[in-house]
Design a protein around this ligand. Structure first.
Ligand code: GAL
Length: 961
């Protein structure tokens, strides 16, 4: 037996106090964060002597608290999704158990007039055995849950106190903490010494309901000692325990997070209150807040920082919340554990609906079969019951005073079993005011909402209508149909994607039973690291020498690891817009999708542009539109020229706590149609040595390939069907395509020229060829028709599939390489960001410009990116040269400084090196994105089927006319 006994107890926790609410009080406290003495070992069975006061730590190093030791030079981070990184034999753990010994001293401030003293650890991963002045205090367990010890009888005043903590990476509790994230250990949240004056408040609970019929707030504050409650703005001054109905309160909602500041004062302590009046209920299978059906437009959020792991500063928490608010996200699921309490305070203040989730996941039992009793899945095995209930108690007790918390979640992915029932029972008895959520309980036997993850839009629709397949037990089925539905994870945002968001949102908006959805997830979890030659990148699984890992599955966020929004977040912002603006040539319809508030805080602007030039811009007044209402108003835009674009935008009229005045929430556009540009024609075909020249286009006479445009050399010209596979295409996805694509050979196209026909009289060159793939009979017959004027050449491509194609194409288009000096791009079309057939809500019509570098999206695992959609005209300039390409009427365009093949082969953005050329893809289309890396494929309407393609582009050398 090499592991100390407490590491294999089903509940390692010992000696800690009952959980209680997080509070801000005037009682004295002392942060014990800072630099601690530290010693790292590979095993857990070390002598305890380091805890004694006279132990000499000479030879030890130091470590900051809070921090993870793996990110501070000891051991290494490791990533697995659901596999336990050791043999599954609960409650046993490996002998190799990285262990950190921590030590620091502290003195109790001389002026502390306190009766008792507590020591609080807000988070130790996975367990911490604690000694003070050589005395054992106990063991913490529950990595993301707070633990408090009463140290009154051990602490010494007027002397130095020695605090020692031994932290182990693995414990039996690790079986309960198998969330899809980095394995990172240590004291990673705050450590605080709390002074407790005589008469201090042990625990308190603010019950602040809102009666939406009468507009009254109903206030009662529970405490364990006599105390008074004051809320000056409401003239409230009552005894704790007393219930008061207060007329005319302003209710709390995520849309209008109105908090009444006040105080709870006992003889010993004053606790700051921030009271939000709100009532959560379920009625007629709707999730309601303050009596109103409420739709959560949410994301899942982990605590993650690319430099510090799950140590998340206040600044970062605020950043995350502002990022969510500024992207129209109104809800967050704290996947899959409670965040720091401060995070919830910020949600209370800035306004987000929160599903607060317990620190519990046993996903590693899934591959074993988590319904199998012998496998001992903790959800079912009675030996784990106490540990599970303990976790639930500590979640609810700590966070019960947050108005933003509107649901408790039992945890994530534990299969199902009676122990979850016991957690639910406890929570329901303790806090009947909040519904319970847990996804794997599909029968909803234990919970109040039906929850699933990664359903298709079609299944969501069926559930929204209440027409899902019956659950086998008729009683449970009836009960489930009366419950609202939460899609607790959807739209897996790994790599390029997700696609299909707009179609999900349409369904959410339509059916009142749907309480909303939470996109997976807010951030990539890449950890900042470096190549050997010092270039920075965001490391994922396998980058830290792990024996077992799940690669870049940890990089599946709407934002990159450093917090920069990825295209998926911009798409989500557009799809989650709380107002929808439908614009026509002469009218505007504003649809308010807020559940609680009107549009009085928005300023509307109408702008008219033509080819990037603003023709007019004016503010328009629109009387406030009530929640879930629509109004139409005329738009008086006189003489709209062809091609002009009207953009109506809705922005904050005044500063909000989460964004400045002028921050845009939504926009809508209308374009006055214009005729497509004519094909270039009329120039003769001229034969020179080995070339056919028509207008500026120079073709190799034998192959018919474009080799130059005027003086600009062109290389690598030809039809192209390949894209650098995106995560949603890869073999682990739910709709894998990569293997079949490579089996056909789409990544190694062979082009054969069958005929180059020149019609000198018509000034036309027709190149007929075969686009084939090694080892495959699937192919395309491709005809390229060139015509030109003096300064422009039009290429029309007509392509017909050959053979029994059984899978959609990655892309269909043309590719060519131009001199690398052409590195500035201007285009008319959709922008400014990338867009694909099922992710086009975030882009708008306009004239845009960017450098080639700026057009690259640095997905943590490089993959196809950067497509600009609906491009009517693109102008490449640089080094004194220029090339303009016009689509007939529009093409998809991708410009990059390396090949698709190089992009496809790269494992990290740092592998990509410019090759001296500017590669241009001009596509008829590209396959949609979907979110099949964990979820459904692109919708059929977004798939690029291998049919006939017929499109044209015109190349022009500006300045030559
Ligand atoms: C879910 C799980 C998440 C995450 C996601 C895939 O099944 O709840 O934690 O693993 O899949 O990224």
């Amino acid at each position: 037996m090499t592991s100390p006994a407490y590491l294999t107890d089903f509940l390692p926790r010992r000696g800690t106090l009952p959980a209680r609410s997080w509070a801000r009080s005037d009682a004295p406290e002392l942060s014990l964060n800072g630099e601690w003495a530290f010693r790292y070992a590979e095993r857990a069975d070390l002598p305890d002597d380091f805890a004694s006061a006279d132990f000499d730590t000479a030879g030890w190093g130091t470590i900051p608290v809070p921090a993870h030791w793996q990110l501070n030079g000891h051991g290494a981070p490791a990533y697995t999704n659901r596999r336990y990184p050791f043999p599954v034999d609960p409650p046993h753990i490996p002998d190799e158990n990285p262990t950190g010994d921590y030590r620091r001293t502290f003195a109790v401030p001389a002026d502390w007039a306190v009766e008792r003293m507590l020591l609080r650890f807000d988070g130790i991963d996975s367990v911490g055995r604690v000694w003070l002045n050589g005395m054992k205090l106990g063991v913490t367990s529950g990595s993301r849950l707070a633990s408090e010890f009463d140290i009154t009888d051990v602490v010494r005043r007027g002397e130095e106190n020695v605090l020692a903590v031994r932290v182990h990476q693995w414990s039996s509790a690790t079986y309960l903490e198998d969330q899809d994230m980095w394995w990172l250990s240590g004291i990673f949240r705050d450590v605080t010494l709390l002074g407790r004056p005589a008469g201090a408040i042990g625990d308190h609970w603010v019950h602040a309901d809102y009666d939406h019929r009468s507009g009254e707030g109903i206030l009662r504050v529970e405490t364990d000692v006599p105390a008074r409650v004051t809320l000056p703005a409401l003239g409230v001054d009552i005894a704790a325990g007393e219930e008061l109905r207060i007329p005319g309160v302003r209710p709390w909602s995520a849309e209008d997070p109105w908090l009444y500041d006040g105080e709870l004062a006992s003889d010993g302590e004053r606790i700051r209150l921030r009271v939000g009046f709100r009532t959560v209920s379920i009625a007629e299978s709707e999730f309601r807040v303050n009596g109103v059906r409420t739709l959560m437009r949410g994301v899942n959020r982990h605590d993650i920082d690319t430099d510090t792991g799950r140590v998340v500063s206040e600044e970062r928490m605020r950043h995350d919340i502002l990022l969510m608010k500024q992207h129209n996200i109104n809800a967050v699921r704290t996947s899959h554990y409670p965040p720091q309490a401060r995070f919830l305070e910020l949600c209370d203040e800035l306004g987000l609906w929160v599903i607060d989730e317990c620190d519990l996941e046993t996903h590693g039992f899934y591959p074993i079969d988590w319904f199998h009793e012998l496998a001992g899945n903790p959800a079912k095995d009675p030996r784990w019951r106490e540990a599970l209930v303990d976790r639930m108690q500590r979640l609810v007790e700590r966070d019960k005073n947050s108005p933003s918390v509107v649901m408790w979640s039992l945890g994530n992915e534990c299969g199902t079993g009676e122990n979850l029932g016991a957690m639910a029972q406890w929570a329901r008895d303790r806090d009947p005011s909040r519904p319970l959520h847990y996804e794997r309980d599909w029968s909803t036997e234990y919970v109040d909402v039906y929850s699933r993850m990664y359903t298709t839009q079609a299944e969501l629709e069926v559930i929204g209508r209440g027409e899902e397949e019956p659950w086998p037990d008729a009683d449970l089925d009836r009960e489930r149909r009366a419950k609202p539905f939460v899609l607790c994870e959807y739209a897996h945002s790994m790599g390029n994607g997700p696609g299909g968001l707009a179609e999900y949102q349409e369904v959410f908006e339509k059916h009142p039973r749907l309480a909303g959805g939470f996109v997976w997830e807010l951030y990539d979890h890449g950890l900042r690291t470096q190549t050997e030659d010092g270039r920075e990148f965001f490391g994922y699984g396998g980058d830290f020498g792990e024996e077992l890992h799940d690669a870049n599955f940890v990089a599946d966020g709407l934002a990159f690891s450093d917090g920069t929004p990825a295209p998926g977040l911009l798409e989500l912002k557009a799809v989650y817009a709380p107002v929808v603006l439908h614009v026509s040539a002469d009218s505007l319809t504003v649809t308010n999708r807020y559940d609680h508030g009107d549009t009085a805080h928005l300023a509307f602007t109408v702008r008219v542009e033509l080819d990037g030039v603003e023709l007019s811009s004016e503010r328009i007044q629109i009387a406030p539109v009530g929640p879930r209402r629509s109004v139409s108003v005329p738009l008086a835009v006189a003489d709209l020229p062809e091609g002009a674009v009207i953009t109506v935008s809705a922005a904050l009229a005044a500063d909000a706590a989460w964004a400045p005045a002028g921050h845009e929430l939504a926009w809508g556009q209308f374009e006055q149609p214009r005729a497509s540009a004519p094909y270039a024609q009329g120039a003769p075909v001229v034969r020179t040595d080995g070339e056919l020249v028509v207008g500026p286009a120079r073709l190799d006479a034998r192959s018919g390939r474009l080799v130059g445009l005027g003086d600009l050399p062109v290389s690598g010209f030809g039809p192209d069907v390949w894209r650098a596979v995106i995560d949603n295409d890869r073999p682990f996805s739910w709709a894998p395509k990569e293997q079949r694509w490579r089996q056909i050979g789409l990544d190694h196209a062979h082009v054969r020229t069958d005929d180059v026909a020149v019609s000198e009289a018509d000034g036309e060159i027709v190149v007929t060829g075969h686009l084939g793939f090694p080892g495959s009979d699937l192919a395309y017959r491709v005809e390229q028709r060139w015509t030109a004027s003096a300064d422009a050449a039009t290429l029309r491509i007509v392509a017909e599939p050959i053979g029994a194609w059984d899978i959609e194409l990655p892309r269909f288009g043309l590719r060519l390489a131009l001199p690398g000096e052409l590195e500035h791009v201007e285009w008319d079309g959709y922008g400014p960001g990338e867009a694909y057939s099922d992710s086009r809500s975030a882009v708008r019509l306009g004239r845009w410009s960017a450098s080639v570098d700026e057009l690259q999206t640095p997905y943590a695992f490089p993959q196809e990116n950067g497509n600009r959609a609906g491009v009517r005209r693109v102008l490449l300039t640089g080094g004194g040269a220029a090339l303009e390409v016009t689509g007939h009427p529009a093409v998809d365009a991708t410009v990059r400084p390396w090949t698709t093949e190089a992009l496809d082969a790269a494992a990290h953005p740092t592998d990509l090196v410019r090759d001296g050329l500017t590669w241009l893809n001009l596509d008829a289309g590209q396959n949609g994105l979907g979110s099949a890396s964990c979820g459904p494929a692109a919708l059929p309407s977004a798939r690029l089927l291998p049919g006939r393609f017929d499109y044209a582009v015109t190349f022009r050398l500006p300045g030559r006319d």
